[in-house]
Design a protein around this ligand. Structure first.
Ligand SMILES: [Mn+2]
Length: 424
């Protein structure tokens, strides 16, 4: 389904007077409001193909109905989001869940929906039907060379699909590790993994990037072979200039200082991409900004400061993606909330008076530094984000249009109550 432009315009008309008042109020306090709106318009967040269906836990999965049944319907769903928020202009595919049957048709459909293809994601954490060797005891780290080769070949196949679609990056997340002391020789596991990544790296086209994603625990519970930013950074450094660390917010041990990790990786020129989500305990895959929006703001503050210091374009300098999939919300509503939370945190970070903050740091004026950060954080930037969206042709309030147009009801009508998306 599609939401006609006039319906978005009708909805905007009803809210425009209130919006203008709120926008006028907040924009008076912003010195470079036009520049800021342009940055907000340019900033796009990729949607992963696996976030469009209801996720599950190991205890169960509760489908909400009307989930996309194939790649075409996944693209249509992201097209819907993008029509509403004008900020979800990319899709990130997962192989083998989303192998295109016809590249030209898929590319045309994506273009119709205003979408490009973001990072490609490989999968060596599950066994697929007909697969020769099992990943039960790991993939690139495996003691058996044949298993390692199978995982290498799979990643190279993913790159080939990506080339056909016009993607320019590969994200490698490995579930490799061990669940019990003594199970694994750490040194050999590391060496095998490095050698496997090197083989995959060799198959990257010149203009591609490779993102090495880390995760502190799960599915393995004693050790992860790419378990933290230090391990990922080590691999990325050894691989070469096209390899980068990817930070997934949910992949840290509790209370990790993610903003500091981001600052250091950016400073070293090795931060490649981002997976947004939120968590209370671990890798909870909750809606971005739903638990700790202040941390999200602090991360964006480091991103903006660090990217500006290196002269990087905020919109294109790093890979921005949501990576969440949970059990009880309508996935499309969740994604609208997630993108909104990201843009709010970005807008707040753009408001930080960097010069004044640097002066406060130079003066060791901690109180002033906190006032500057929290002054930006406590500004209601929602009218700025909405204005940027309005100027791009989106909805002032995407969620209210989604609900008033009864999108989920229509998707259930056309796809069925029992339609279940591929993925986790
Ligand atoms: Mn991730």
């Amino acid at each position: 389904m599609q939401i006609e432009k006039y319906k978005i315009a009708d909805n905007n008309d009803k809210q425009i007077a209130a919006h203008k008042r709120a926008f006028g109020f907040v924009s008076e306090g912003v010195s470079n409001v036009e520049e800021m709106l342009q940055k907000l318009k340019d900033f796009q967040v990729a949607i992963p193909s696996w976030a469009l269906g209801t996720g599950g836990t190991r205890f169960g999965r509760f489908s909400g109905g009307g989930e996309p049944r194939n790649l075409e319907e996944k693209i249509e769903d992201i097209g819907l989001l993008h029509a509403l928020n004008q900020s979800s202009g990319a899709i990130s595919l997962h192989i083998p869940w989303d192998i295109p049957e016809n590249y030209a048709n898929i590319k045309a459909l994506a273009a119709q929906n205003g979408l490009r293809f973001d990072a490609m994601n490989s999968n060596t954490f599950q066994d697929q039907p007909g697969q020769e060797h099992s990943y039960k005891f790991g993939s690139l780290q495996h003691v058996d060379k044949a298993v390692r080769q199978q995982a290498i070949d799979h990643n190279i196949e993913v790159i080939r699909h990506g080339i056909e679609l016009g993607s320019d990056s590969l994200t490698v997340w490995l579930a490799d590790g061990s669940s019990f002391p003594g199970q694994l020789n750490f040194r050999k596991a590391h060496q095998h993994t490095l050698e496997g990544l090197q083989e995959i790296y060799k198959a990257l086209p010149d203009n591609w990037k490779m993102f090495v994603e880390y995760k502190a625990f799960e599915p393995n519970f004693y050790s992860m072979t790419v378990g933290d930013w230090g391990q990922s950074f080590l691999y990325a450094n050894k691989l070469g200039d096209k390899a980068y660390t990817l930070v997934d917010l949910g992949h840290h041990l509790p209370n990790a200082n993610i903003e500091q990790i981001v600052a250091l990786l950016l400073g070293e020129g090795k931060l490649g991409g981002f997976h947004f989500n939120d968590s209370k305990y671990g890798d909870d895959d909750l809606t971005v900004g739903s638990i700790n929006p202040y941390q999200l703001f602090l991360i964006f503050n480091e991103l903006v400061e660090g990217m500006d210091a290196r002269g990087m374009n905020h919109a294109t300098g790093l890979g921005w993606m949501i990576d969440a999939s949970h059990n009880i919300k309508d996935p499309l509503e969740d994604l609208l909330q997630s993108v909104e939370a990201i843009k709010i945190a970005y807008a707040q970070a753009l408001l930080v008076d960097t010069k004044a903050l640097q002066q406060a740091q130079a003066d060791n004026d901690i109180v002033k530094a906190q006032e500057i950060l929290q002054g930006a954080y406590r500004t209601d930037v929602r009218p700025l984000v909405a204005e940027a969206r309005l100027r791009s042709g989106g909805a002032l309030n995407p969620l209210s249009v989604y609900r008033s147009e009864k999108v989920r009801e229509q998707l259930i009508k056309s796809r069925g109550q029992k339609a279940v998306s591929t993925g986790l």
